[in-house]
Design a protein around this ligand. Sequence first.
Ligand code: APR
Length: 252
Amino acid sequence: MVGAGISTPSGIPDFRSPRSGLYSSLQQYDLPYPEAIFELTFFSHNPKPFFTLAKELYLRSYRPNVIHYFLRLLHDKGLLLRLYTQNIDGLERVSGIPASKLVEAHGSFASATCTVCRRPSPGKDIWADVAVDRIPRCPVCTGVVKPDIVFFGEALPQRFLMHVVDFPMADLLLILGTSLEVEPFASLSEAVQSSVPRLLINRDLVGPFAWHPRSRDVVQLGDVVHGVERLVELLGWTEELQDLIQQETEKV
Ligand code: APR
């Protein structure tokens, strides 16, 4: 289970870190409160702040970092049952983790939907308008086209339901770079069997690790890159991971 904390090393701000988090830097958008930028009611009233943010954040190309490639290495070693991510930056896909192993619980920019006639379209179709500060509109009904990222109050993608099978099957749960503040994603942390070890690598103690710890919980607080690199070292995979990163970076 991962959150925005695994993409901060790639240069993408997370949401709730004091000062550096996105929710502390939205003053320019004149929002009633920060989360409004991801709320349907506000979006239907004024989609401009969202698209301005999308342009700022996602028209630049970011690269996966060592954490994404560690998760890719878990997959390459046949150890990754599934990666549940809250992130909408798509860096898990860019790192080479196949879509079959991914649950993008809060959606992604890969596809978009007209908010009026529900016409689906490829996510890439909105960027020409977004790049020049134009609101993307449906060619059929002229309704505003919204990327398929999950706004507060929206249903999560069907694939999220895979957790019903995945979590009871898991024999280890890694939780990296998330505040575990948003439901229903956060509750997944309690969905593994009580005998299953849960490893949290995060700057701060969050969710059930704080208020409802289990006997087999392991917590590595501090910088998430340092924590993952320490785990990789203990696993004896440091060289393998470096080779993977080099091979993937050369591809670009
Ligand atoms: N090292 C360690 N921890 C980090 C680092 C880092 N470099 N960067 C961030 N973190 C931690 C923060 O301390 C915080 O605990 O990662 C966590 C990020 O939490 P949030 O900013 O709340 O992000 P996330 O948990 O992904 O938010 C969940 O909220 O706004 C909605 O839909 C949005 O998917 C998002 C959801």
